[in-house]
Design a protein around this ligand. Sequence first.
Ligand SMILES: NC(=O)c1ccc[n+]([C@@H]2O[C@H](COP(=O)([O-])OP(=O)(O)OC[C@H]3O[C@@H](n4cnc5c(N)ncnc54)[C@H](O)[C@@H]3O)[C@@H](O)[C@H]2O)c1
Length: 432
Amino acid sequence: MSEIINYTQMSNKAVNPFSNRRNFIKITSLGAVALGLQQVGCSEGGKPAEPVIPGFETTSTKRNPSEGWVPFSDRKLRVGLVGYGVCKFAASFGFQNHPNVEVVAVSDLFPDRCAELAKITNCKKTYPSLEEMVKDDKIEAIFCGTDAPSHARHAIEVLKHGKHVATAVPAVFGSLEEADMLMEAVKKSGLKYMMFETSCFHEDIYAMRQIYKAGGFGKLVYTEGEYYHGPSLTGNGVPLGSYKNWRLDMPPQWYPTHSNAYYIGVTDGTFTEVSCIGSLINTDKPANNQYKNPFSSEIALFRTNEGGIARMARTDTPGLIDVIGRVQGEKGFFYGKGESDKGEVGMFNMKYVGYEKNLPDLNRPPIPPGVPPGGHDGSHGALMNDFVLSILQDRKPLVDIEMALNLTVSGIIAHQSALKDGEIMKIPQYRI
Ligand SMILES: NC(=O)c1ccc[n+]([C@@H]2O[C@H](COP(=O)([O-])OP(=O)(O)OC[C@H]3O[C@@H](n4cnc5c(N)ncnc54)[C@H](O)[C@@H]3O)[C@@H](O)[C@H]2O)c1
């Protein structure tokens, strides 16, 4: 722990030379921890550090997430929720709390889970499966918090029945064919599709995206994203009991969206090619496991569509567990703070250092009062609200089909590269 704290102080010191440059424009340290570090690292000679951007003085946990919310309609979108497994995901995005949503039906294959989901969401109608639920004409949109291998099939089934759909990540699980089928289904339907990539509504990535759009980075030269998961075990070392054990032995880069978001979620760009190395350290995977996957860590080096470089890390080994990242552009850089504000994982700070004076509002959009910000750095409520508004306001959801597939498929190709000991491989580009 002490080594890690030193690292944060060092990174803050590294910022200081900028404050002496004539062209220095702005250093921003964000959040409660960050303010502490401003005192440590950004105020040499007793001088106060540069001002914090207005509206960003507090952490996501302290700011009222509904500040600025303006009710805009009495209409209630009729939603179905599916999948109440290990993560209880169907209930955890707050659909049941949104003033413009009526949860009209819920489903899980296990009757006891289905009953609990109905109770938690205060919903009377249940279906024994998604396949039965999609036939209900009352339902306008369905959220699938089902197992990852089923996401594409479930989303296509929902779209075929004329309903908008959102799924948890990833968009597809290891299959390029399913990626094409999903793209076709979305295009053909003309309906909304969204993937609930939690990193995209992290406080740090959201801010990075606003700065990127405002030109505060120029092109991104180099970015890093890390999704350090830890082995998918319970506290007793027993494998997480996911549906049909889909998590067990999975190729790390088949679950790449949280880390890849530190480029694609910032720019809405793509990765064009990849070389990826897999590690055999700390793995007891049998060679003949269900995915024939030998790796517990896969580190990918991508070329971006801007001509930059991105290093995206996935590990499923013990140690630090977090989603973190940072971007470096032609005109500025930004250090992310990671997913959690607390404890060991809250050791990094958000910082923008760059040459853009007129930064836009970096706060995440407001969510309706009563909707909890939820987990993964308060991203759950924001994702759900974005999906609901995209339908009610007929606009593009943030993580639409293009971004979802660009985030997901790049990892599938990265795993293929790792199996070929780092061979450089081209990545399909998804654009409607
Ligand atoms: N940060 C994040 O974005 C994040 C974090 C955790 C989990 N996830 C994702 O959330 C999803 C759910 O995770 P989990 O651990 O709860 O999965 P899980 O495998 O434990 O649960 C899946 C549930 O879906 C249900 N289901 C499957 N097919 C169904 C069907 N046809 N009809 C009705 N119900 C069906 C199963 O019965 C099961 O209860 C996964 O896709 C995972 O990738 C994302």
